[in-house]
Design a protein. Structure first.
Length: 230
């Protein structure tokens, strides 16, 4: 079972415009707390042995913010490595297989997403288990969805469900990609071909805070009830 969490926090946040001119996107506040603190609250839910955050854009601010926490920082000083490359570079710090991964630019309302993934994980048949939402429960996200889910939970590309940025993934397939910089989409495509990519639906609500207007959407969602607490 997974015993480490990877927080993706290295992005430039260009869609945030002026808000990220002097700070990284994970330090933008929603409801009075930085986005990365919302994510860290979720990451602590399953009581992992290790939590790692990667950092590239204004990495010093990320490191300073996390200095008094248990989180270790995987620095990407030369180039941003994207999700796949960033996860592979952080494996020595994560020291686990499989691992949870969680984006830091979303807000959740409902049960802890990582706890739900933990309960559903079956390493005998899964290489990754993605947490997705119906489009109507994915606030701030445009489009018809990223994955179609079969009756047994197998996932393929196609409209239907929006990927939330939370998953459990076995890390062995990362070695199949020769490039240093690559997206996890490359890895997922291989899993789809092998029939080992699975997904499940989140029974709460989720808000993408990748653009400035997402802040107000997320705060309005949180005003309807508490965010993830455990």
């Amino acid at each position: 079972m997974p015993d480490a969490v990877m927080l993706f926090a290295a992005g430039f946040g260009t869609r945030m415009g002026a808000l990220t001119a002097d700070r990284p996107k994970p330090l933008i506040e929603v409801a009075g707390r930085p986005l990365i603190d919302h994510a860290l609250q979720i990451a602590r839910g399953p009581r992992p042995a290790r939590i790692v955050a990667n950092a590239h854009y204004r990495a010093g601010q990320i490191a300073a913010h996390l200095a008094d926490t248990e989180v270790r920082v995987s620095h990407e000083p030369e180039a941003i490595l994207d999700t796949g490359g960033g996860l592979r570079a952080a494996l020595p710090l994560l020291a686990a297989d499989p691992v949870y991964t969680l984006n830091t630019d979303a807000i959740w309302r409902g049960p802890n997403p990582l706890t739900l993934l933990h309960a559903a994980w079956d390493g005998a048949r899964m290489e990754a288990l993605l947490l997705c939402l119906p489009p109507e429960d994915a606030l701030g996200h445009a489009g018809a969805g990223d994955f179609a889910l079969g009756p047994d939970g197998q996932a393929v590309r196609g409209p239907g469900a929006v990927y939330s940025g939370a998953q459990i993934i076995a890390t062995g397939a990362l070695a199949e990609v020769p490039e240093r910089v690559f997206s996890l989409n490359r890895v997922w495509d291989g899993m789809i071909a092998r029939g080992t990519l699975y997904a499940m639906l989140y029974p709460g609500r989720w808000c993408d805070v990748g653009r400035p207007e997402g802040i107000a959407l997320a705060e309005a969602m949180l005003a309807e009830g508490h965010d993830v607490r455990a």
